[in-house]
Write a protein that binds this ligand. Structure first.
Ligand code: CP3
Length: 359
């Protein structure tokens, strides 16, 4: 897949190279806040059917790009497709979020876990990546993604979303060796899965560690970060003569930015609880930073959104190495016009700023 990339701001910024304006994309940029997404989802019948039918996955991936001049597309899929392919039986019921038919609840369940072959069990994802690359035709790069082993394990053990993480934390403190075994298999599965996405055409990779922030500093290092580092080590870093940047995002991980940056990733995602200028002072010489507007700012009026965007850009300051994003995903109740105001503000307000190397 060797087509010319017409807008490579995202890839450049992730590698801390100068750009004309700050690139912007949003976590959950395709999703329920868009009426056209809700219409396609209704036609598909279910969220899983959307994910598993490459034509539909491609259609919804491109929907936000048709509305807004975003600087990247992100593969439409879910982090939980990997445990689904490991035999856990994933369904999404309306209003209830993800549910596994066969959650991991016993020693035998853990010993049964296996590394799925991405080109068979997850072929639909690779087909979607190939189709999206073709349809994008080099307009913007395509981001592939996966969940962190720790975050996947929370869903695999709890059986779905959780409030107290009682089962997974019980496992962590009672039988850490068993949890390590599970994380080990899951890390291998994620590594293979991401390398298959890169081979299929993903041009940057993001790993979502949504629940790393619920851990103690020591447990974070041992049960989440160690596996993130192992995945970073195992990923293909160059494809089609271009570096494939890796972004690590631990929600609630603001206290551990130095440790995250030290994994060898190219960029660190930061949530809105972190001051971006401080984040930059701490790790900005080592990695690019992605973030970190509070997603709730999108409930405010366009001129307020613009002011908050200006603040995030000012917090990062001049120089290369910033990818604008929210600190977490776009929420379903947001009006699409507000997202338009955000994207326009990022490009307009960053255009006049010096973007030269480093500093
Ligand atoms: O960002 C994008 O636009 C790409 C698509 C994407 C989805 N999920 C689509 C989705 C990505 C990158 C994800 C990642 C994901 N999935 C994460 C990590 C990022 C994060 O948000 O922290 C997590 C934890 C999941 C697991 C998951 N998927 C949950 C808990 C839920 C239910 C809650 C919710 O937000 O609906 C989902 C469903 C889901 N994944 C939807 C979408 C668009 C909504 C499904 C629908 O009802 O149409």
């Amino acid at each position: 897949m060797n087509d010319t990339l017409h807008n490579d701001r995202l890839l450049r910024a992730l590698l801390r190279q100068p750009v004309d304006v700050t690139p912007v994309w949003l976590m959950r940029q395709a999703g329920r806040y868009l009426p056209e997404y809700r219409a396609t989802r209704a036609r598909a019948g279910s969220f899983m059917a959307l994910c598993q039918t490459p034509d539909w996955a491609c259609e919804v991936t491109l929907q936000p790009l048709a509305r807004f001049p975003l600087d990247a597309a992100i593969l439409f899929s879910d982090i939980l497709t990997v445990p689904d392919a490991m035999g856990l039986g994933l369904t999404f019921s309306e209003g209830e979020g993800p549910q596994f038919a066969c959650p991991v609840r016993s020693v035998a369940d853990i010993h049964r876990l296996f590394v799925p072959d991405p080109e068979t069990a997850l072929r639909y994802v690779m087909d979607a990546v190939r189709l999206i690359r073709r349809e994008l035709a080099g307009r913007v790069p395509l981001i592939g993604f996966a969940g962190s082993p720790w975050t996947l394990a929370t869903y695999m053990v709890e059986g779905g979303s959780s409030k107290d993480y009682a089962r997974i934390k019980g496992l962590l403190y009672d039988q850490p060796g068993l949890l390590h075994r599970m994380l080990e298999v899951t890390a291998q599965a994620v590594t293979l899965y991401l390398n298959a996405q890169i081979a299929a055409g993903a041009q940057a990779i993001m790993i979502f560690d949504t629940w790393g922030g619920i851990l103690t500093p020591r447990a974070y290092q041992e049960f989440s970060l160690a596996y993130l580092a192992r995945i970073v080590d195992g990923l293909t870093r160059v494809a089609d003569n271009r570096r494939v940047p890796i972004i690590l995002f631990t929600k609630g991980g603001g206290a551990w930015l130095e440790a995250i940056a030290a994994t060898g990733c190219d960029a660190v995602g930061v949530d809105w609880t972190v001051d971006l200028s401080e984040a930059r002072r701490r790790v900005g010489a080592q990695v690019a930073l992605q973030g970190n507007l509070d997603p709730a700012v999108l409930y405010a009026a366009p001129e307020r959104i613009r002011a908050q965007v200006a603040q995030v850009l000012a917090d990062f300051g001049p120089g290369a190495g910033h990818v604008f994003n929210l600190g977490h995903g776009v929420q379903p109740g947001v009006e699409p016009e507000r997202v338009g105001a955000l994207v326009a503000a990022v490009h307009e307000l960053s255009a006049s700023r010096p973007t030269g190397d480093g500093v």
